[in-house]
Design a protein around this ligand. Sequence first.
Ligand SMILES: [Zn+2]
Length: 329
Amino acid sequence: MNWYPWLNNAYMKIIALHQKKQGHHALLLHANAGMGSDSLIYAISRWLMCQQPVVMKSCGDCHSCQLMLAGTHPDWHKIDTEKGKNTIGIEIIRCLTEVLVSHAQQGGAKVVWFPRVEALTEAASNALLKTLEEPTDNTYFFLESRYPDILLATLRSRCFYYYLSVPERKTTISWLQKQKITLSLVEIETGIKLNAGAPLAALTLLQPENWLKRKKFCQSLMQHLSTKRLLSWLPELDQEDAAGRISWLISLLLDTVKYQLQSSNYCVNRDQLLLITKLAAISSVSVLLKSATEWQNCRHQLMSVMGLNQELRLISQLINWQNSLYYHN
Ligand SMILES: [Zn+2]
């Protein structure tokens, strides 16, 4: 698994606690997408399971390390949703508890990792809570979530909370440049801000084919705003990654609010100032905020309502937006 420099600090802090025997058996890791948190959890797991760690590193040679490297360690459990399902049910937690009660097959630590703990159903969360309250010996739980606020409060309270903070802008820029991202500094900064500072997510967006998609998206919005025919902009939105595209649009709307309030230094899309100026010329702050909320709702519905007709939902929202821009401003 790859390693990233911004994980060093968190790794050392958490391992130091375990070295002092102060490490908590349940860690709730709060991390944005694209931070490489999987690598952090994997590395800490390696250290916990290694039979002869060298200070802060796993040895790489012992039987346990070999099994981890081969991906076949019987005491390392990754619990995620099954294919085609959005949730993790109570049966899986019951099975896990049974496995944990028996002795570790390799005689060392047992590690359980939930990459998306918010996927647990309420019954599954309660079952896991019991397991956390009466942990078996030498067992460690990693609960990972982008949205820890939606977890059961009782579950959260049983864990040591750790927020994986995003690296400083300069660190991320130089790391991205080392990954052969050769775009202008303004574009790289935009890519970072559009992903709330998460370097791996920024790296994906700044890949030539993806960055070109966003550029075309912005260019085509500019054209359709000029011709006042937003409905014909539909094909740019009605794509497989519609939710991501709506996020780009919301970000532009909020940037326009900043522009209207003379705070354009804080704009996310600094590479699209012409488009922001165009949007500012045809909408007031209140219209922009209302539109941003409506698009937010539209995005949320597209992501959560099963069977919703994406095309129709987008058409209705585009009509709403166009009306607010040109007739009620
Ligand atoms: Zn080892």
